[in-house]
Ligand binder design. Structure first.
Ligand SMILES: [Zn+2]
Length: 365
């Protein structure tokens, strides 16, 4: 219900004429998606809604309509009147298999699901720090990671090929690595920061760093950030990316965004088969706006025998909990815990990362 209501509020936002009301309904939709509990539980005996921050009276009216009738005549009528049914339909297609926070919480609690439990999760392998477009320092990542009960975190700032995300230069990366070494000495035996990068997959499937640059990193997440709105088949691009020596994780494989873009079109069974052969992990990116791959596509990667990485893609420490969204998708997909690299002991993770790196040096020799 939370997802359904948020989607209707998004539809309503999209057809507003004033920027302010658009923004108001979008904010209300986000508030509903972030609720920990089903919205029905906020309904009071007198038929009104308990106060929810960021939700104004007109959004409340839409919510009550949906709770009472299953839909919102106000929204549907407005879409009809403004002749925007087609555009709204297109956006609705772009919200498939997204989970609201309440659904995430329910999936984590549901004991009948197999797949990883919160306790099985030992570390997060995609996040961004102040060295690129994140707001969390390395110190803050270590402190928050320890607080969450993790044993490791991969710091994966954007590569220099993505200036729009303030990609980190190789010189800065060397400096970052010295800072990571210092922190790892300080927390030896307790917590391990992993030297990573989020490299960009170019249109031809190559990665935007040279083999010798990739070899300087312990962890390489390769992810698409372009050609995410085209319908043409990009199977060869994604297969080439997972076959690239030194790549460990295929990050947010589709590159989709909630209600806005569909991401890469590909024969995913072929991509997953190539990933399985290369021992490259398929990521479930837990950013609520990404949820990529989702539980539906993840099931096919399970069948293909793939490894998985469940990551937050956090840009601040408060976003580290996005890993829970990824864990929820893995539970719904029935991903076996032993196939999730985040659930391995630190030494095994490091060993897996290293084995892909030595593959890289033999293959490039
Ligand atoms: Zn990315």
């Amino acid at each position: 219900m939370n997802g359904k209501i948020a989607a209707l509020l998004r539809d309503f936002a999209a057809i507003q004429k004033s920027k302010q009301s658009m923004w108001g309904y979008e904010r209300a939709a986000s508030a509903i998606l972030a609720l920990e509990e089903p919205i029905e539980s906020l309904l009071q005996p007198d038929g009104t809604l308990r106060k929810i921050p960021n939700i104004g009276p007109s959004s409340s009216r839409v919510i009550l309509e949906v709770l009472q009738t299953g839909t919102s005549p106000t929204v549907e009528r407005a879409i009809e009147e403004r002749g925007q049914a087609k555009d709204v339909e297109r956006r609705r297609d772009l919200r498939g298999h997204f989970l609201s926070r309440a659904q995430v919480v329910a999936a984590l609690r549901n004991k009948t699901l197999i797949g990883p439990r919160l306790d099985d999760y030992r570390g997060d392998l995609q996040m961004h720090s102040t060295w690129s477009d994140g707001s969390q320092t390395l110190d803050a990542i270590v402190a928050a990671g320890i607080e969450r009960g993790y044993s490791f975190c991969g710091v994966t700032d954007h590569s220099y090929g993505l200036p729009i995300a303030r990609g980190v230069s190789m010189a800065d990366l060397a400096e970052q690595h010295r800072a990571i070494d210092r922190l790892n000495r300080k927390h030896k035996g307790v917590f391990r920061l992993i030297k990573g990068i989020e490299a960009n997959i170019r249109a031809d499937g190559s990665v935007d760093m040279t083999p010798s640059e990739l070899a300087q990193l312990e962890l390489v997440v390769a992810a698409p950030h372009s050609s995410l709105r085209v319908a043409t088949d990009q199977t060869s691009r994604m297969v080439a990316a997972v076959k690239t020596p030194g790549v460990h994780i295929l990050g947010h494989p589709r590159g989709r965004k909630y209600g806005s873009r569909p991401g890469v079109t590909a024969d995913w069974d072929k991509v997953f088969a190539a990933a399985k052969r290369a021992q490259v992990a398929i990521e479930i990116d837990g950013d609520p706006a990404r949820q990529d791959v989702d539980y539906d596509l993840a099931k096919r990667a399970v069948e293909a025998g793939c490894l998985f990485a469940l990551d937050s893609d956090a840009h601040s420490t408060s976003e580290l909990r996005y890993a829970e969204t990824a864990i929820a998708h893995a539970r719904l997909a029935g991903v076996p815990t032993e196939r999730i690299v985040n659930c391995w002991p630190t030494e095994r993770v490091i060993e897996w990362l290293r084995s892909r790196r030595s593959d890289a040096s033999t293959q490039s020799a």
